[in-house]
Design a protein around this ligand. Structure first.
Ligand SMILES: O=C(O)c1cc(C(=O)O)c2c(n1)C(=O)C(=O)c1cc(C(=O)O)[nH]c1-2
Ligand SMILES: [Ca+2]
Length: 705
């Protein structure tokens, strides 16, 4: 027995039953390539809506649905799970883990969920409040549920753990990570027995602050190798250091290793975090472990001295590639930092790397070691000067998964350009409970409300597909989109690429040259990756979750209207050649109207109100109080009209059930009222502009400014 079990064998031999989509990236290689070819270049133009299922949350949907034996298992925002007849869209069962609403602000980037795992008749998924849940796949009944966050990891209000990534299963062990490095967190992954939920091993990705054993699988490598790459007294010893594994965990049966994509530093500011010393292992790294024990095998660090939120969490893919005349089994990786890496899957040896998007922080990689050749100006925490970085904190590529077609030999990356102004927090590192704690000046990371500043920034916002040839480490061609933050990509044996876009369209492209062969108006922004499968009727379907959200519209707010205005109507849509569904229901896409604000505000309080807003509110309600249409735009909120009404929501938690936490333990009533004064000021400054932006046939606001 090789320990794989029937499900492990089924996933390893996924191409023997291509109608299923049994694990996050379809196969353990996570290539997101399906050999199905009923739908192909010659007939995709006839693709029709087969069914749609409206969801119960109107927020960002990032899930990859699984399909096993004709049943789809989809996770949606607020960590909910649905089992659906994959041919008809009929709901079989649903499960709501009842994540408390006040948890939303413990995570940086929307209460999303990226997907489930399937093993031996059970489906597994993580919840935003840190649980891992196993359900009976047939009935949806709870089998077990565990808290994945050990009590000793929760060290006060500055530390935060949320779970939104999809679990992966290796040899009967469910492996799950978490997020939280923007607040304060020490990253780790845990492996649980798939049958019982019993903890098997745990691996921390950054050292114990006292260099003491955690009694975890990571003890020896952290104490002997990683600790020496951190300063013993930096802010990391209080903030956790970061390194959260919030998305990619991959098991490779060929090398028999589990790969972790490790996240950014906490706090971001390297000078404060580690006194400007050391590479800070294992931040920004791929780490390879043994699946049975969690024992360290190798690591490759892509971003030493991280200070840009350059996570290596992005999807890890294994491919067999011809390299210098021999076929090698390699990892290909396009992390946030903008470089495309090829790494030996067995040993972690760096083979080559080249930037897949424009980058200004490094001039290239050392050809021997793969270490970035830094632009000294990019090391803003060491220079003390502001840095306009490309990629910025959202990366050249974020969670939206890339795909590889073995037929074309190309990797298709949902690439983007979203610059970020990195500025140091003045006067040393000052953390705030219940807030992002980056060691950055939160006032300055925002865009000033001047048309010139905004136009310059918006001009730099881009999104496209890059078709990357890993054999030559060069771009083959590209498909330009209207703006950043588009969905993940699916490649198929029909020589097609499928992708949903931020502008609410779902597209099929020719995988050989990028020609646009099909599009469908899905009415809301799409950020999730599509999947394809056979229904019980043996027909090929392509399905995707629709729903605009995630960090781009949340934090960039009005600036994130790059692909147009969208009002959220979250649903799952599925297509087939025979699709006979009724069209999507007609809906009102106008969204809220600006409401004339109270004329008076106290201009002595608005500066502090801006600071409090940027510190506590901007990450969800939008930079400088301009919303993007997902969460309430506070400039037009009824609750800013009276001090008590505003305090009821912000201080006393009147809306906690809807995801708005109470902030009376992090701000006093005066500070909360300062925010209200600032919001009234912003409403007055922008009211006429927002009214004018709606003076068009559709009545929909045009892109800022
Ligand atoms: O450092 C972290 O722990 C962490 C967690 C998460 C998350 O859990 O979603 C994101 C990020 N970082 C992050 O940097 C990021 O760009 C991001 C985007 C998203 C999203 O779902 O839109 N999540 C996250
Ligand atoms: Ca992060």
């Amino acid at each position: 027995d090789d320990g794989q079990g029937a499900t492990g064998e089924a996933i390893i031999h996924a191409d023997d039953h291509p109608g299923d989509w049994m694990t996050y990236g379809r196969t353990y290689s996570e290539q997101r390539y399906s050999p199905l070819d009923q739908i192909n270049r010659s007939n995709v133009g006839n693709l029709k809506l087969a069914w749609y299922l409206d969801l119960d949350t109107n927020r960002g949907q990032e899930g990859t649905p699984l399909v096993v034996d004709g049943t789809m298992y989809a996770t949606t925002n607020w960590s909910m799970m649905k089992a659906i007849d994959a041919a008809t869209g009929k709901l079989r069962w649903s499960y709501d883990p009842r994540v408390p609403g006040n948890i939303a602000d413990k995570g940086c980037c929307d209460t999303v969920n990226r997907g489930a795992a399937y093993w031996n008749g059970k489906v597994y998924f993580g919840t935003f409040d840190g649980r891992l849940i196993a359900l009976d796949a047939k009935t949806g009944k709870l089998v077990w549920s565990v808290n994945t966050i050990p009590p000793e990891a929760e060290l006060g209000k500055q530390r935060s753990y949320t779970v939104d990534g999809a679990p992966r299963i290796a040899k009967g062990r469910v492996i799950i990570g978490n997020g939280g490095s923007e607040f304060g967190a020490r990253g780790f992954v845990s492996a649980f027995d798939a049958e019982t939920g019993k903890l098997d091993w745990r691996f921390f990705t950054v050292p114990n602050p006292k260099n003491e054993p955690d009694h975890a699988a990571s003890d020896s490598v952290l104490m002997n190798k990683a600790y020496q790459t951190w300063s013993p007294t930096g802010a990391w010893t209080r903030q956790g250091g970061g390194g959260t594994v919030w998305d990619s965990i991959v098991y490779d049966p060929v090398s028999d290793l589990v790969y972790l994509g490790v996240g950014n530093g906490s706090p971001w500011n390297y000078k404060y975090r580690s006194e400007g010393k050391g590479d800070n292992l294992f931040l920004g790294s791929i780490v390879a472990l043994k699946p049975e024990t969690g024992e360290y095998v190798w690591h490759f660090q892509e971003t030493p001295m991280d200070q840009w939120d350059f996570t290596s969490v992005q999807q890890i893919m294994t491919v067999d590639l011809p390299i210098n005349g021999e076929t090698r089994h390699v990892i290909v990786h396009a992390p946030k930092n903008g470089f495309f890496y090829i790494i030996d899957a067995k040993t972690g040896e760096f083979i080559s790397g080249k930037n897949y998007v424009y980058v200004n922080w490094a001039s290239g990689l050392d050809p021997k070691t793969g270490r970035p050749i830094y632009n000294p100006d990019a090391l803003y925490t060491l220079t003390g000067k502001d840095w306009y970085g490309i990629p910025g904190d959202l990366g050249g590529h974020n969670f939206a998964a890339m795909a590889y077609s073995p037929k074309t030999g190309l990797v298709y990356i949902p690439a983007q350009q979203v610059p970020f102004l990195y500025t140091n927090q003045v006067g040393g590192f000052t953390p705030h409970p219940d807030s992002w704690n980056l060691g950055l000046d939160m006032n300055k990371v925002g865009i000033p409300d001047s048309p010139e500043a905004k136009q310059a920034f918006v001009k730099d916002l881009k999104g496209w597909i890059v078709a990357w040839d890993p054999k030559t480490q060069a771009e083959a061609w590209r498909v330009d989109h209207k703006g950043p933050w588009n969905g993940g990509i699916l490649a198929t044996g029909g020589d097609l690429l499928f992708q949903g876009l931020a502008n609410g369209e779902f597209h099929a492209y020719d995988a050989t040259n990028g020609s646009d062969l099909f599009h469908f108006a899905a009415d809301s922004g799409i950020i999730a990756p599509p999947v394809t499968y056979l229904g019980n009727d043996k027909k090929q379907y392509v399905a995707v979750e629709v729903g605009w959200g995630g960090i781009y519209p949340f934090f960039l707010g009005g600036l994130a209207r790059t692909s147009g205005w969208t009002v959220n109507h979250s649903r799952i849509i599925a297509f087939s050649l025979e699709g006979k569904s009724a069209p999507l229901p007609k809906q009102n896409d106008q969204g809220f109207l600006p409401v004339k604000p109270p004329a008076q505000f106290d201009s002595k309080r608005t500066d502090n109100g801006y600071f409090q807003f940027q510190t506590y509110c901007a990450a969800c309600h939008g930079d400088n109080a301009e919303g993007a249409g997902v969460l309430p735009d506070l400039r037009w909120s009824g609750s800013i009209r009276h001090e008590d009404a505003f305090y009821n929501v912000v201080g006393r938690g009147a809306l906690t059930a809807y995801g708005m936490d109470r902030f009376d333990s992090s701000m006093n009533p005066t500070e909360i009222e300062d925010i209200r004064q600032f919001l009234i000021k912003r409403a007055n400054e922008t009211y006429q502009r927002e009214v004018d932006a709606r003076k068009n046939a559709a009545g929909i606001p045009e892109q800022q400014p």
